[in-house]
Design a protein around this ligand. Structure first.
Ligand SMILES: O=C([O-])C(=O)C[C@H](O)[C@@H](O)C(=O)[O-]
Ligand SMILES: [Mg+2]
Length: 419
């Protein structure tokens, strides 16, 4: 069985005006859906970023995968490496930290690896979780992911179901909506938007409303080291972890030495080259694995094992995504003994839009690990075509939260740290 065709479909789906330290989400989020076809109607699927520079790299790699055995993921990596050469393609928003040629290759490799695992599972009749070592849990926990947000995109008259959240009561109302609807049992607030003491007030309000639920705050490196230390002290006993308060391994290490809670990151330890310096500096207590840039599911499992060796915890990071990514995260989470924190997901922000016939659902804050062969989810060709049409007409080819924010506030500057 060999890969006979590689199909890449860029798609766009509506995204609410979520605020972060880079600016604000544009009205459309972009992804690329990967299909590896093997003949006999057998197809493996994957999902990744849809930004134009990344899409060009996927397109560069794709023809080199024809003829590959889907079990040969080592061969896959060397073909991707050879096809790309040495390239370094960063994200514009910088929300997943720095880039490097190594990280770029792993990001391009990832959706193809997931699609190969989907194929492998289908070929041998086993779910992907079994290919990752087998299930250590039946359900994977996800956290409610709160955002400061506007009621609607300014140029579009229709408010979304979540409404405005620009202060503690708005954040508590959003959390209530998400917790009641999905049963989440832990809560993350995306910060770095307002002066830190206002975000601490939101955390206090969440603690009062949800006394039993673990809380996290993630300002995406918007604070200086002294500000981070001050806020860490003020939130002592309130947070299960504080995520990326400040930029860089050195800054994080300075904060980690004195902060009363563990620090987590998806910004300073973001590729294999960061592991030795980051862990030796003691800069984090938790790494947010993200298979989309750590090189797929098996490499994310390797990352978790390295974290275990260093006594570092594991959680999971999420950007705006659809159901193939959720399925991949769920299989990974189902197989990782090291995953002791609920994973992030943007799923509730995508209004139920998907490319799947039957997306996995979040019930009691968890997603059940599928038992069907492969990822256990199927592409809906009509939905894929509709979302591709969105892509062609939406006018966005690269995620750029900062420029979008500047269209409403020309003085806006992205600064890390800002406070
Ligand atoms: O630091 C994080 O957790 C993220 O970068 C998650 C997402 O990218 C989020 O911040 C977003 O999309 O605005
Ligand atoms: Mg983060």
């Amino acid at each position: 069985m060999r890969i006979s065709e590689v199909v890449l479909t860029p798609i766009a789906f509506p995204d609410p005006p979520l605020l972060n330290s880079a600016g604000v989400h544009q009205p459309w989020a972009l992804r690329t859906i990967v299909e590896l076809r093997c003949g006999d109607g057998l197809t493996g699927i994957g999902e990744t970023y849809g930004d134009a520079p990344h899409l060009r790299l996927l397109e560069t790699a794709a023809p080199h995968l024809v003829g590959l055995d889907p079990f040969d993921t080592n061969g896959l990596l060397s073909r991707v490496r050879q096809a790309l050469g040495v390239v370094d393609v960063p994200d514009r928003h910088g929300l997943t930290g720095g880039s490097s040629p190594q990280k770029t290759v792993l990001r391009v490799f990832s959706p193809f690896e997931v699609a190969c695992l989907d194929l492998q599972g289908k070929l041998i009749g086993r779910p992907v979780v079994d290919l990752l070592g087998g299930k250590v849990r039946d359900e994977v926990a996800f956290s409610a992911y709160l955002f400061y947000k506007w009621a609607k995109h300014p140029a579009d008259g229709s408010p979304d179901e979540y409404g405005e959240a620009l202060d503690p009561p708005g954040i508590v109302a959003q959390a209530r909506h998400l917790v009641d609807r999905y049963g989440f049992r832990s809560i993350k607030l995306k910060g770095g938007v307002f002066p830190p003491h206002e975000e601490v007030e939101a955390i206090r309000a969440l603690r009062a409303e949800f006394p039993g639920l673990p809380l996290r705050l993630d300002p995406n490196a918007a604070w200086s080291v002294p500000t981070s230390l001050e806020i860490a002290e003020q939130t002592a006993g309130l947070l299960e972890y504080l995520e990326d308060p400040t930029p860089g391994i050195d800054g994080m290490a300075q904060v980690a030495r004195e902060a009363p809670m563990p620090l987590a990151t998806n910004m300073c330890v973001v590729s294999p080259d960061d592991l030795a310096p980051g862990f030796a500096a003691g800069c984090v207590g938790v790494v947010l694995a993200d298979h989309h840039y750590w090189g797929g599911l098996r490499r994310s499992a390797e990352l978790a094992a390295i974290c275990r060796t260093w006594g570092v915890g594991v959680s999971m990071h999420s950007n705006s995504h659809l159901g193939i990514s959720l399925a991949a995260m769920t299989h990974l989470g189902g197989a990782l003994p090291e995953l002791t924190y609920a994973a992030d997901t943007h799923t509730p922000w995508q209004y139920g839009v998907d490319v799947l016939t039957e997306p996995l659902s979040i019930v009691d804050g968890t997603v059940r690990v599928p038992g069907k062969p492969g990822l256990g989810v199927d592409l809906d060709p009509d939905a894929l075509a509709r979302l591709h049409e969105n892509y062609l007409r939406c006018g966005i080819t690269e995620r750029d939260d900062t420029s979008y924010m500047r269209t409403f506030d020309p003085t806006y500057e992205r600064r890390r740290p800002r406070w």
